[in-house]
Design a protein around this ligand. Structure first.
Ligand SMILES: [Zn+2]
Length: 425
């Protein structure tokens, strides 16, 4: 039986076409910093670093004096180290997958079912929905980060329908007119109904028609850009980015339905069940419940389950301010921000240590956690460790429940560390 409580994890990198290329990718740089066997291929697209027990990319435990084993295996042998509440609630498994993402081109517009719906989908369509779990997600920006999140305020969509002719055509003239009429009322349920009707109309329109509407729009915006005109009122820059990535895709029109969110480093989005969203560009930390259940709406060559999507979406109109998820901040000799979304599966804390600091304590917690050093160097000590664990940019380490870890910083250069844990408490 291993007595280890704190140990390094060797983590898997996933290459996907939407990832950032070569040295541009934070994922690649973090990995290369800690793994001498990993060389960055300048032509490869490094999208994700996975920290957790997912079978498609399990993290490997590097425990001195012991054989390397996947974290999933280690957790199975040492379920108590999850923390007793976590062990009980999640039947002895780690409930979250923690990631770093480097996004170059857009990921599909999507939503995730709630727990009950996921169970039903898994029964009805196990080929498509491979597990019965929900998949709440949270993204915390590492660099300026752009995404789509939730339906826009109704006036904004009505304005696009009145000013962007091709969008009006894609929704349909009659639908557009009744949408604009509904937008002039104060009835929130009418707003949701109108949003659903208009979005449905876009999603069900013939693909060839969509292409024929997109072409003149993209041409027009390109022309304006070339002439040096401001195209921000019609989200011109985003339209051209997405058009270069997914030419002719109906998802391009979704930018007129959904909020375009710009996160500064340290700002977060929480993607609860049924909320339409997409990541568009930038690097971020991401934490999610262990599931692969995705219902897609566009910007993808993958299968779109349109009917399921239309029925499940949350059509609530929300201002951009309500698309960001605020953490609880505390400022002392280090700055800590706690992001605890209203799900039992996970929470994430961000530790920012200023220059000149010599160390800090990662306090014992009731849940096992996974930490990653995004920036900085130092050492971690804990009572179960014979030798301190060397930390550098890219180091990922596991901390068992109830273990204290004290971190000392060698060079006074500061540190940025993220810690993910179960949020069942
Ligand atoms: Zn998602």
């Amino acid at each position: 039986m291993s007595k280890a409580e704190v140990f390094e994890l060797k983590c898997a990198v996933q290459e996907y076409a939407w990832g950032k290329k070569g040295e541009d990718s934070a994922v690649a740089k973090l990995k290369a910093s800690v793994d001498s066997n990993f060389t960055i291929n300048p032509d490869a697209f490094y999208a994700e670093l996975w920290m957790g027990t997912h079978p498609n990319g399990p993290s490997i435990c590097k425990i001195p004096g012991e054989e390397d084993v996947p974290l999933s295996e280690w957790v199975k042998q040492h379920p108590k180290q999850l923390g007793s509440e976590v062990e009980r609630y999640f039947s002895g498994s780690l409930p979250f997958l923690f990631k770093v993402l480097s996004v170059r081109t857009a990921l599909s517009i999507q939503a995730h079912p709630n727990k009950q719906h996921a169970e039903q989908l898994h029964i009805d369509r196990p080929d498509l929905y491979k597990d019965p779990n929900h998949k709440p997600e949270m993204a915390i920006a590492l660099t300026p980060f752009m995404g789509l999140c939730g339906f826009r305020p109704i006036d904004e969509v009505a304005n696009f329908l009145e000013t962007v002719e091709e969008f009006r055509k894609a929704v349909g003239g009659e639908k557009a007119d009744s949408f604009v009429a509904a937008s002039k009322t104060d009835d929130k349920s009418k707003h949701r109904e109108a949003m659903k009707e208009a979005f449905k109309s876009l999603m069900e329109r013939d693909a060839a028609e969509i292409k024929s509407f997109l072409k003149p729009l993209v041409d027009r915006v390109t022309g304006k850009k070339t002439a040096g005109e401001d195209v921000s009122a019609m989200e011109g820059d985003l339209l051209l980015k997405l058009s270069s990535e997914f030419p002719g895709d109906r998802g391009l029109f979704a930018i007129y339905f959904l909020n375009v969110v710009h996160l500064e480093p340290g700002e977060a989005m929480f993607l609860e069940a049924n909320l339409p969203h997409a990541y568009l560009s930038g690097d971020c930390m991401e934490c999610m419940a262990c599931s692969d259940n995705v219902v897609r709406a566009g910007l993808t060559p993958k299968y779109l389950d349109v009917q399921t999507l239309l029925d499940m979406l949350d059509y609530t109109c929300r201002p951009i301010s309500r698309t960001k998820f605020l953490g609880i901040e505390s400022h002392g000799n280090i700055d800590i921000t706690i992001f605890n979304p209203p799900v039992p599966d996970f929470g994430v804390s961000k530790f920012e240590v200023p220059e000149g600091s010599t160390g800090f304590l990662l306090q014992a917690f009731e849940s096992a956690s996974i930490c990653i050093i995004i920036r900085g160097e130092g050492e971690a000590s804990s009572k179960s460790l014979k030798e301190p664990l060397k930390l550098r940019t890219g180091t990922v380490f596991f901390v068992a429940a109830d273990a204290d870890v004290s971190i000392s910083l060698e060079d006074g250069q500061g540190m940025l560390l993220f810690r993910a844990y179960a949020g069942v408490f």
